[in-house]
Design a protein. Sequence first.
Length: 190
Amino acid sequence: MSRAYRVRVRESVRHTVRAEDHVSTSLELLEILPREEMSDLLRQELIGRGFQEQGQTLVRRVDGLTIEIDPATGSVTARVEIAEEVEHHGERVGIADTDWGTSGRKRTEAALREELREELKSRADQGSERAQKQATDRLEGALSDLRGELDRVVNRVTAEALKRKAARLGQIKEMTEDTESGSLTIVLEV
């Protein structure tokens, strides 16, 4: 006479979910002064805003957001990276029969375990998609602030380049600058 009994399997999976998103653009600096001087002005302005030299580029990292700017070319890359440890647990219960013997029990356990692993893998994939969306949303949120800051950087560098160029062309008689609007008026005597 055969008897049915329960077979229970448990699995636990731990992994690191990583997601990244980035965007690249370039600063539009007018070539008022020679390229090297414009690059130096840009470098000085960015260092004043918390960027650190890393080889040829300037980098600032804040809360998982990395901004890299190459002052020589004006290329800008903003990157967000997210990494988190995730653990998923699961359990499956099935029925086996004593008539199936030990091999039947092992086949039942293997089938339950495979089914459970597929479910845990599906959960892990959903976690990866969620992390990717989170990275993209975070990058989009940071871009508006970054655009404003980079516009101010370009305005400051342009203003300083104009002042230097004017001083080379003649004697500056009058200079008015409105940092709010970004306007600069230079009166010179040549």
